[in-house]
Design a protein around this ligand. Structure first.
Ligand SMILES: Cc1cc2nc3c(=O)[nH]c(=O)nc-3n(C[C@H](O)[C@H](O)[C@H](O)COP(=O)(O)OP(=O)(O)OC[C@H]3O[C@@H](n4cnc5c(N)ncnc54)[C@H](O)[C@@H]3O)c2cc1C
Length: 416
């Protein structure tokens, strides 16, 4: 069979790994010019791998397969060294959070780090490339996918027996275009996570960071919205992410270079119902509004006290940002964020402060916007020879779940 894989991200890696030793001809189309300069994705920055049933996606992925895929990534590093830990293995911590209304999420984590991730990706690519049936095409953006009489045609030029789309969230345009032509591909599209990146001195969360490195908790706030922590970076750095027409904030950590601060996201899941059907539009407009106030390609930075009191921040006190000073302005996030989201975040932080004193210190830093888009949930039964894997399918939200989705899809194709 001649199979095309669109996008070379985490999901594609799982798919190719399972398929590479078969006699199928594999063609990978990646829009970036090489493996390094690809779009924003955790497979190119940070690289925290989780083994958990409680996060990463809505698929049922066996814990054994998850661990097998973690080992696969680690085996492709040069040093075979990663930071590792387990969230909430300590019963005391679990109970402490639970008592105050939080839902602790258990997970094993393995942190490769942005610096080492490049090598891992290169080693994987080199291995795939050494197989005669695997053909990489970089600088090859796919803009048109046409299912025609049992075959799939890409960009009106190349014909395949099967096509697997693994374009992640950055490739949503391609999926949107397909969904316009085939509306029954979409099962659900009403969620978006809107929030902030929080930064504070390491010593406040030192004990917690030592205990579990990545603490993930969920909380039902007084507004009714679910709020959660996401992507904790001990001794990490805050960065911006450019989506083309807007920019957001994010965080990452490196294996070698360390800062004095810890950062993590606090995200509110906004779930809207009929007639709403544009979560990406909603999130993007909030991001753009924040950017208008901050200036082009900049985000807003505010102290926690001012964020809570809706006052513009003009000076900082004891906590200093790890984000490059040219990438933010001091301002008031309340001018851009809906009140219900702000109230949910403040309620979350105030309650977290009861468990970890110092979390709500007035001079801790709040950056906005941090937005996580959920892809539309795709009906993967619609076409026999066109499948969606990883984040663009709406079924995954992490490296390991996306890789597993690719791997399991390849397995399914081989079994059939
Ligand atoms: C900044 C950031 C940090 C993250 N950190 C983590 C983390 O530490 N741990 C974790 O588990 N998850 C993390 N995530 C989430 C994780 O990156 C994703 O869940 C995972 O990479 C999804 O894999 P994927 O293959 O579906 O998509 P991706 O890995 O995003 O790969 C999609 C690929 O498709 C290509 N592409 C897009 N459109 C086209 C097109 N039209 N034609 C050809 N190619 C195209 C892109 O260039 C890209 O290479 C992070 C996400 C972001 C944005």
């Amino acid at each position: 069979m001649k199979i095309a894989i669109v996008g070379f991200g985490a999901a594609a890696i799982g798919f190719i790994e399972k398929m590479k030793n078969t006699d199928n001809e594999l063609h990978i189309f990646e829009k970036s010019k090489d493996i390094y300069s690809s779009s924003i994705s955790g497979i190119r920055a940070d690289g925290k791998l989780f083994v958990s049933k409680g996060m990463g996606g809505d698929l049922d992925v066996d814990l054994k397969l998850q661990k097998q895929l973690v080992d696969y990534y680690i085996d492709h590093s040069d040093t075979k060294t990663v930071e590792t830990g387990r969230s909430f293995s300590n019963d005391g911590y679990y109970k402490k959070f639970y008592e105050k209304g939080f839902l602790p999420v258990s997970a094993d984590f393995y942190h490769i780090g942005t610096d080492q991730l490049k090598q891992v990706l290169y080693n994987i690519y080199e291995d795939f490339n050494s197989h005669k049936n695997v053909h990489f095409h970089f600088n090859a953006e796919i803009t048109k996918v046409s299912p025609i009489s049992g075959k799939i045609i890409l960009n009106d030029t190349d014909t395949f027996d099967k096509v697997v789309i693994g374009v992640g969230r950055s490739g949503h345009k391609l999926v949107d275009n397909l969904a316009k032509k085939h509306p029954d591909l979409i099962l659900d599209n009403t969620n978006v996570d809107i929030g902030i990146r929080y930064e504070l001195p390491n010593h406040i969360v030192e004990e917690l960071n030592k205990e579990m490195y990545e603490f993930k908790v969920k909380y039902k706030s007084k507004t009714g919205y679910m709020v959660r922590t996401f992507c904790n970076n001990p001794s990490g750095f805050v960065v911006t992410e450019n989506y083309g027409d807007f920019c957001t904030v994010n965080g990452h950590a490196k294996l070698k270079e360390k800062s004095k601060n810890t950062n993590f996201a606090v995200l509110t899941t906004v779930k809207l119902t009929q007639p709403f059907n544009d979560p990406i539009g909603y999130g993007s407009h909030i991001a753009k509004l924040t950017n208008i106030l901050a200036g082009e390609n900049k985000v807003i930075l505010q102290t926690y006290k001012h964020f809570k009191d809706s006052k513009r921040t003009k000076n900082l006190y004891r906590v200093f940002p790890t984000l490059d000073k040219n990438k933010f302005i001091l301002g008031d996030i309340n001018l851009a964020f809906p009140r219900r989201i702000i109230e949910s975040i403040v309620d979350f932080i105030e309650n977290l402060n009861v468990v970890i004193p110092g979390i709500a210190n007035p001079d801790n830093l709040v950056y906005a916007p941090e937005i996580k888009f959920y892809s539309n949930k795709i009906n993967n039964n619609k076409f026999n020879n066109l499948k969606f894997i990883g984040d663009c399918s709406g079924a995954t939200r992490s490296i390991i779940y996306a890789t597993a989705h690719g791997y399991m899809t390849a397995e399914e194709i081989l079994n059939n």
